[in-house]
Design a protein around this ligand. Sequence first.
Ligand SMILES: Cc1cc2nc3c(=O)[nH]c(=O)nc-3n(C[C@H](O)[C@H](O)[C@H](O)COP(=O)(O)OP(=O)(O)OC[C@H]3O[C@@H](n4cnc5c(N)ncnc54)[C@H](O)[C@@H]3O)c2cc1C
Length: 359
Amino acid sequence: MNFDLTDEQKIWQKTVHEFVAKEVQPKAHDVDMTSEFNWAATRKMGPLGLLGLNIPEEYGGAGVDAISAAIALEELGWGCGSTALAIAAHNGLGTTPIVVFGSEELKQEWLSRVASGQNKLAALALTEPGAGSDLQGGVVTKAMKDGNEWVINGAKMWCTNASIAEYIITLVRTDPAGGSRSLSQILVPTNTPGLKIGPAEKKMGLHGSPTHAVTYEDVHVPLDNLIGEEGKGLQQTLATLDGGRIGIGAISLGLAQAAFESAVNYARERQAFGKPIAEQEAIQWMLADAATEIEVARTMLYKVAWLKEENRRYNKRRLWLKCSLLKWRNAFAAMPFKSTVDTVTQANTPSNGSTEMPA
Ligand SMILES: Cc1cc2nc3c(=O)[nH]c(=O)nc-3n(C[C@H](O)[C@H](O)[C@H](O)COP(=O)(O)OP(=O)(O)OC[C@H]3O[C@@H](n4cnc5c(N)ncnc54)[C@H](O)[C@@H]3O)c2cc1C
């Protein structure tokens, strides 16, 4: 058993970390305060490969392995939760269905465009006012065939990246009879007449990751914009979400790492009873617990990413459970320190990715 990253993965980790430390992390506070998406950094992510993590090189992506993709999102999460979420949704939700299920024509037309950093990103719209977890029973947005076009009518909710996307992959009902084979995924360019994107939702956090309601009023797109097979939209969506869980786990781990580093720095600075609180045993216990949680979460993340890379993924219930647990656990690991990060310091903390305890 080998727990080491490969040399290539280590170089990738260092490269992404340095990029995030320079272009993403210093802007995180402003992004959160102004709710403005960090386009300046995103433009530079194209050449680095961060906008085409799952896209093969022949279509303009980086095509990195699943562990490297998780490392990239972990580093982005370390720098800025909002930016990381937008980039994770772009890669994991917006491009993956085309990479895995899309036709050669759709791959040629769209993938290099959204991976370059010169254009907008990608989005996936599943959720509706009356459909969240229960997509099979709840989705009412419908697509009807009319000549060589689909005509789409309906409404979606909580679509990450909708306002900063070239296209929205939309889950629609193509068979009114219902059932597990009644949904399909259709690519809808955001400049299509009849598509309306609502204002950004005022969320409790992650303000720099825009989330929108989207409505479709007689939206016409070519039949060829169908992704994968007609009637397989639910299965394609669930497979896509499996990968997305690893992404959210990775972001949460990065957030936890950043929070931990801030907590350690503060504990070293803050004096109480004549010495830094880092020298008080109770604080050392808390930091030790946090460091342990983070290392456990990191081990779990890399293991799940490795399983995905080994192609032991969508057909096994055990992995689905692991991905869900990972998402839950890492989000949980990030939480106790969030308030510390928010209140203690806005300083740019240099990181070596270490959870080493203060001396
Ligand atoms: C920041 C943000 C970004 C998002 N981005 C996107 C996006 O890009 N695209 C998109 O399509 N959607 C997006 N969503 C929506 C998200 O995917 C949904 O919120 C999610 O699918 C859950 O749906 P719901 O909120 O309608 O909850 P519901 O499905 O109504 O569930 C409510 C509660 O009931 C529980 N529950 C539901 N079914 C069961 C069951 N069978 N057994 C036990 N408990 C159950 C749930 O766990 C939950 O706690 C986003 C949401 C947020 C907050």
